[in-house]
Design a protein around this ligand. Structure first.
Ligand code: 4NP
Length: 152
């Protein structure tokens, strides 16, 4: 059975689509199933932000076919690990948990990814260099997860 991982940010158009694309790119789909969602519903049905599509493409990863969706309670049943990009996302996801088991599935991506209790900064209102920085942070965490958590 593959490990099921959900990446979550606020809008599901900048950070979590990159996290989904990166982890899926560096793992075997037979071992790891990845999806992403947003805690907010501003952009449901939309593709990722063009700046995220561009930075992923520059690193050889196509995220253009992803579509935005909102995090729902049922995601606690569907996923083994839920990784939040920042503390606000973390708190908003945790608030929806119905049990200690569900709570335990949720953590900060960079913390689970070996970088300490840091957040992935929201690049939405900044320039393209913010997206490259976010890409690198997420990539490092995903490599760590592949090695330690997913064991493939
Ligand atoms: P994300 O970035 O949470 O990384 O997808 C954002 C995208 C959109 C908005 C905020 C953050 N927004 O306010 O529309």
């Amino acid at each position: 059975m593959p490990v099921r991982v959900l990446m979550v940010c606020l809008g599901n158009i900048c950070r979590s689509p990159l996290a989904e694309g990166i982890l899926a790119h560096i793992t075997d789909p037979a071992c790891c199933v990845v999806d992403s969602a947003g805690t907010a519903g501003y952009h449901i049905g939309n593709p990722p932000d063009p700046r995220s599509i561009e930075v992923a493409a520059a690193h050889g990863i196509d995220i253009s076919r992803q579509r935005c969706r909102q995090f729902v309670r049922a995601d606690f049943d569907r996923f083994d690990y839920i990784f939040a990009m920042d503390r606000e996302n973390l708190a908003n996801i945790r608030r929806l948990a119905r049990s200690a088991d569900e709570l335990q599935k949720v953590s900060l991506l960079l913390e689970a990814g070996g970088a300490g209790p840091q957040e992935v900064p929201d690049p939405y209102y900044g320039g393209p260099q913010g997206f490259e920085a976010v890409y690198r942070l997420i990539y490092g965490a995903c490599e760590h997860l592949r090695g330690n958590l997913l064991q493939n």
